[in-house]
Design a binder for this molecule. Structure first.
Ligand code: NOJ
Length: 761
């Protein structure tokens, strides 16, 4: 899918050069030279050494999963020297990685370097918006730049490999990990997957500012029943192919070095033991040449799933299914050699897994210099690079979504008057960092209060009152968040500040550790007394701007109804406060769009724009697919987001109303800025396949284009839609477009669209 802004038809050379990296083909993970070096090395390895390459342990420096059943740090480090460990995760810093690497290189018989992995999810030291927030930018260049900064910092701290991007499509905001992905849509998810892989990996894995990426969690993890983490998934092959897999396929096409499988089962088969997912689709159909790592302990968990009686059987199932590396189960290192010796597992499977792992180590340049990423001097220099914060601020402000702005309350004036900054998150320097904050230091984010103070003139009075505290858990993965709070003693001061002010900015939402792994919730409204505080403040002053900080869409019906302005600011990372102030005071005109639907009520979940029509689409009649106590419609739909200006989009103009297979259609809309400020609109293209061999969604995103338009000006945006863009997994099990009638929509959200029709011959 290619979108072209017609006004850009005369591209300058500089603009063309900027486009070139996007057009470059993905780097291949293999080369004849590397394969022959692998042949030579494999020929010298004992079975135990081969299995060692397939074993990954965590250091105890950062525990990102349940504590292992056995094995002390000392024993693990000893095993490195014995050649029984191929990779470590959570070894932190140039110094520590160098020391661990010395054990592998200098003590083990063959000196094969270790691979160091870490969860660099949205930044290493400089923290960027949570991935769901970044996805709201719909700005692929910004997202790529964010991943590149993260890679640059991580690679300088000894990390070779990030466990990102997370590509799980998520349509249930109760699931705490919705925060880690790009939201609900496979097309947006695929574009962002490609941008993130490119940002992390660049065009050369051995460069000092790139790391190997990992497409996770393969697959279906976001479809956990009830939104409860790790829970059962039971989806059809149609949903798997049409909704879940496209971002993974895009990552594979972009040359991602590794995949991580997922904790969940799908239809009775745990992903870690799934031959269908790993061997048939990933390594078969897609020809993936990198390796697959299990998730933390997921091989061992095959016992709890009830498909393996013991760890040995779990190891056999996983290796047969194509899980190449065992993260934290000790299943391979404990049992695989015996399984091969007894004939239960073919040695060829082990050889294949080791080949894949060594391939990535060669690609990273580790055999040329195993210490290339472990230079403490470079680490210090790179981690204190101020330019990284500027990039983080830019991405953060692009991620903000303006949900409501009644009466043009925003942007605020910088000069004169009184602003009250209220709420439990107003002065919080930690919450914006989120729960997967890499090595972002505690309390290192710019708070909203700091951001506002830095932005306003000296003649503006800024009052601050917390109103209440929000207890939202700790980073400790063993401890679930606590929401007990009933202390209203801060309310009077907050109400008084609101009374004295011309405008009140109220910061509400979620604490850092309320979303993320293991942070599922049944209630995704505002926790604790926040709603109550907001009502009190609103009584004292009508000019309320809510700044909502959260890692998931929240359910906010009262706020949406009663507060004039709402700025959805996710968890924006290190520069959060500055970025929000940029938007509040109009230095940046917001253009973010929701990558996930905001429901009116958690009872509507799963709620997503690309739903099916059903046999009884909703009308006023009882006998249709609806609730009797609430509309089907969301509070804010996918793709929605306001600007300080207004845009009008014309109905789509089609270059033809019929398309033959192999042909393409041009769809043009004119975007007019009908307001008084310059602004950017993300124009969205959706399609509906009216009759298919299987039921098709009522709308599917097929393209988007950001266009900046001056007040009063109009610009044409043209999308090119080819027959291939209409393909899906059909009833016949083929990926193809079916002839027939289509509806095509252009719009500023999935709800606000204008349509036309065409026929595919
Ligand atoms: C478990 C998580 O599911 C995965 O995303 C993460 O990469 C690993 N733990 C390692 O921390």
């Amino acid at each position: 899918m290619k979108a072209t802004d017609l006004t850009l038809s005369h591209l300058s050379l500089a603009a063309l050069a900027a486009l070139l990296p996007a057009l470059a083909t993905a780097q291949s993970l293999t080369s004849p030279e590397i394969e022959s070096r692998i042949d030579e090395l494999l020929g010298r390895m004992t079975l135990e050494e081969k299995v060692g390459q397939m074993n990954q342990y965590a250091s105890f420096q950062d525990m990102t999963g349940p504590a292992p059943e056995e094995g002390s740090a000392r024993e693990r480090y000893e095993q490195i020297g014995q050649g029984l460990v191929g990779s470590m995760l959570n070894v932190l810093g140039a110094e520590a990685t160098r020391r661990a690497q010395e054990l592998a290189v200098e003590k083990s018989r063959l000196g094969i370097p270790l691979l160091f992995g870490y969860d660099v999810i949205h930044g290493y030291r400089t923290i960027f918006p949570v991935p769901l927030g970044e996805a709201a930018s719909w700005d692929l260049e910004a997202i790529e730049a964010s991943a590149r900064v993260a890679a640059t910092e991580a690679a300088a701290a000894g990390v070779h490999w990030t466990f990102a991007p997370m590509l799980d499509i998520a349509r249930d905001a109760r699931w705490g990990r919705i925060m880690e992905g790009a939201g609900e849509d496979p097309y947006l998810g695929s574009m962002i997957a490609t941008a993130r892989v490119r940002g992390f990996q660049g065009t050369d894995l051995s460069a000092l500012d790139t790391v190997a990426a990992c497409a996770k969690h393969y697959a279906g993890y976001g479809f956990a029943e009830g939104g409860r983490d790790y829970n059962t998934v039971d989806i059809s092959e149609q949903t798997l192919r049409n909704v879940v897999l496209p971002p993974f396929h895009a990552a594979a096409e972009a040359g991602v070095a590794t995949f991580m499988n997922s904790f969940n089962e799908i239809g009775g088969v745990p992903a870690t033991a799934s031959v269908h997912l790993q061997r048939e689709i990933l390594k078969g159909e897609w020809g993936f040449e990198g390796f697959v790592v299990s998730d933390w302990g997921s091989i061992g968990e095959l016992r709890a799933h009830g498909v393996a009686a013991d760890l040995s059987e779990a190891a056999r199932l996983a290796v047969v299914a194509g899980s190449d590396m065992d993260m934290e189960s000790g299943a391979y290192v404990g049992h695989l050699a015996a399984l091969v010796e007894s004939g239960a597992v073919e040695e060829a499977l082990v050889d294949e897994a080791v080949r894949r792992i060594l391939r990535i180590k060669f690609r990273l340049g580790l055999f040329d210099d195993p210490y290339r990423y472990s230079d403490p001097e470079r680490e210090e220099r790179v981690l204190s690079n101020e330019a990284h914060r500027a990039t983080a601020r830019d991405v953060a402000r692009k991620s903000i979504v303006l949900l409501k702005n009644e009466g043009g309350l925003l942007p605020l004036r910088k000069q004169g008057g009184t602003i009250a900054v209220i709420g439990p998150l107003a002065a919080d320097k930690d919450a914006p960092l989120g729960s997967w904050r890499g090595q972002g230091a505690v309390d290192s984010a710019v708070s909203l209060l700091e951001g506002i103070r830095a932005a306003v003139g000296t003649d503006t009075r800024v009052l601050h009152a917390e109103g209440m505290t929000l207890i939202a858990g700790t980073r400790d993965f063993g401890v679930a968040p606590v929401f007990a709070e009933d202390d209203r003693s801060g309310f009077p001061a907050a109400v008084e500040a609101a009374r004295q002010a011309d405008v009140v900015v109220v910061a509400l939402g979620e604490g850092a550790f309320q979303t993320g792994e293991g942070r599922s919730q049944v209630d995704i409204g505002l926790k604790g007394l926040q709603d109550e505080l907001l009502r009190e403040v609103r009584k004292a002053n009508r000019n309320v701007v809510v700044v909502l900080m959260a890692g998931r869409p929240l359910v906010i019906p009262w706020m949406a109804e009663n507060v004039p302005a709402i700025v959805n600011a996710w968890l924006l990372g290190s520069e959060a406060g500055h970025a929000i102030a940029d938007v509040l005071f109009g230095d940046h005109n917001p253009s973010g769009k929701l990558p996930a639907t905001f429901p009116r009520h958690a009872g509507q979940i799963p709620l997503y724009y690309a739903h099916k029509n059903t046999g009884r689409p909703a009308t006023d009649s009882v006998f249709t697919s609806r609730y009797i106590d609430m509309p089907n419609e969301p509070l804010y739909p996918f793709g929605f987001g306001l600007s300080y200006t207004t845009f009008e989009l014309s109905a789509p103009r089609l270059s033809a109303t019929e398309m033959n297979p192999g042909e393409a259609l041009e769809i043009t809309t004119t975007v007019k800025n009908t307001g008084t400020r310059s602004g950017a609109e993300v124009v969205q293209l959706y399609v509906r396949d009216l009759v298919g061999s299987v039921t098709r969604p009522v709308k599917e995103l097929k393209g988007f284009e950001r266009v900046t338009v001056a007040p009063g000006e109009s610009k044409d945006v043209t999308f090119t839609l080819s027959a291939a863009d209409l393909a899906f997994y059909t009833a016949a099990g083929e990926w193809e477009a079916e002839p027939g009638d289509f509806q095509v929509f252009v719009g500023s959200s999935s709800r606000d669209v204008k349509d036309a029709r065409f026929t595919l011959k």
